[in-house]
Design a protein around this ligand. Structure first.
Ligand SMILES: Cc1cc2nc3c(=O)[nH]c(=O)nc-3n(C[C@H](O)[C@H](O)[C@H](O)COP(=O)(O)OP(=O)(O)OC[C@H]3O[C@@H](n4cnc5c(N)ncnc54)[C@H](O)[C@@H]3O)c2cc1C
Length: 346
């Protein structure tokens, strides 16, 4: 049987890639096996145009956020499921310095539209230095999106839940062969596991482990995300995702740790005085490139062999645009911008 493309991995990257292939009318097969450390199923799914302690504008926010928003709305229609939650982020200052940095940002025209210096108070927040609000932000329910696509792919008979064996992939007469299939193209969307990929393991491995809690807390707001060192995203029924940690060292150990739990609980206590109960503790490995840019494009030697990876800490915002660009690159030969090309690692 012949398909236009084989996609290995069904996290956010592989799912979005299959979605844009579908829009182009291309046939595909996804091979995926759930594994420890996968990021998409545990991520809070937040997006924001302003990030980091220094309140920097996120890379290409003006392009990426509208494109992502439009994509998730279209996916909601396809899956008939609510996924996108446009919500402001109530961001608490942790010092006078942060207040001053914020004041400077307000004077910059390209920042001002994203910031509200006078938000309504957030109930039960601990905020000795005050707070501001970020607009054009929100979160996407990634577990719901992944499970919606899983149903769709199973109905289409285009999903195989098994480990992909790289040694069994061969090329003959310009076609990739795997099991009983032939493929015009192959795209690897393996998240942090790309280090085991014999074709793409030349890319430096610089992942970031993250741990996240689901807590139950009565009395916090549900309409906005609150952030102070860590974020709290309301996911319904008085439950919130609280995260995340950033660990650049223990990236070979994907499981949650007592240290991660302590760090998150301690930070939570600086956000609110309300009592809370930890109901879940998860961890994953963010596939992050050293230059914090996505990784996309064709293998430098092997024709029609592609990668989509490096979604890092901002998969929700970056993923739709880069997956769309890669599909245009694979099937319409539209060039990718140099900043995201895999060839930058050679
Ligand atoms: C704690 C935490 C919080 C986060 N919060 C946010 C957030 O709020 N907002 C945001 O935008 N991003 C967030 N992220 C980052 C986001 O999760 C990632 O950018 C994104 O999910 C990466 O998706 P991916 O598809 O590349 O990788 P993954 O989700 O890891 O998916 C890769 C898939 O490929 C499969 N696979 C790999 N190798 C094989 C093989 N040989 N055979 C079969 N299957 C294979 C894996 O099992 C997995 O299913 C967070 C990440 C973490 C860890």
């Amino acid at each position: 049987m012949h398909k236009d493309i084989l996609i290995v991995g069904r996290g956010l990257a592989g799912t979005l890639l299959s979605y844009f292939c579908k829009l182009q009318g291309k046939s595909y097969l996804i091979i995926d096996q759930s594994s420890p450390g996968e990021a998409s199923s545990i991520a809070a799914g937040m997006f924001t145009p302003i990030s980091g302690k220094r309140m920097a504008k996120s890379w290409m926010a003006e392009t990426l956020i509208p494109f992502a928003t439009q994509t998730y709305i279209a996916i909601e229609k396809l899956l008939e499921t609510k996924l996108l939650h446009n919500q402001q982020i109530y961001q608490v200052f942790s010092s006078i310095k942060e207040q001053n940095d914020f004041a400077a940002r307000l004077d910059q025209a390209d920042f001002a539209s994203y910031l509200n210096p006078h938000p309504l108070p957030y109930p039960h927040a601990v905020e000795p230095f005050g707070a501001f609000e970020v607009n054009q932000s929100g979160w996407v329910n990634l577990p719901a999106m992944l499970s919606g696509f899983e149903q769709l792919l199973l109905q289409e008979d285009s999903l195989e839940n098994e480990a992909f064996n790289h040694q069994a992939l061969n090329i003959e007469n310009n076609q990739w062969h795997y099991a009983q299939y032939t493929f015009g193209n192959v795209a690897f969307c393996e998240g942090h596991q790309y280090r085991h990929n014999p074709y793409f393991n030349f890319i430096p491995y610089t992942p970031t482990k993250g741990e996240v809690l689901t807590i139950r807390c009565n009395g916090l707001e549900t309409e906005r995300i609150i952030k102070k060192g860590l974020y709290l995203v309301s996911i319904g029924n008085d439950c919130y995702k609280a995260g995340a940690t950033y660990d650049y060292i223990h990236t070979q150990h994907p499981n949650p740790t007592p240290q991660g739990l302590d760090e998150l609980v301690e930070k939570l206590r600086t956000i609110t005085n309300l009592p809370f109960e930890v109901i879940k503790h998860e961890s994953g490995i963010r596939p992050t490139a050293k230059d914090r840019r996505p990784i996309a494009g064709e293998h430098p030697q092997h024709k029609n062999l592609y990668i989509l990876n490096g979604l890092g800490t901002k998969g929700v915002m970056v993923g739709p645009w880069v997956a769309h660009k890669l599909v245009k690159n694979i099937f319409d030969k539209e060039p990718l911008i140099p900043e995201i090309r895999v060839s930058r690692f050679i």
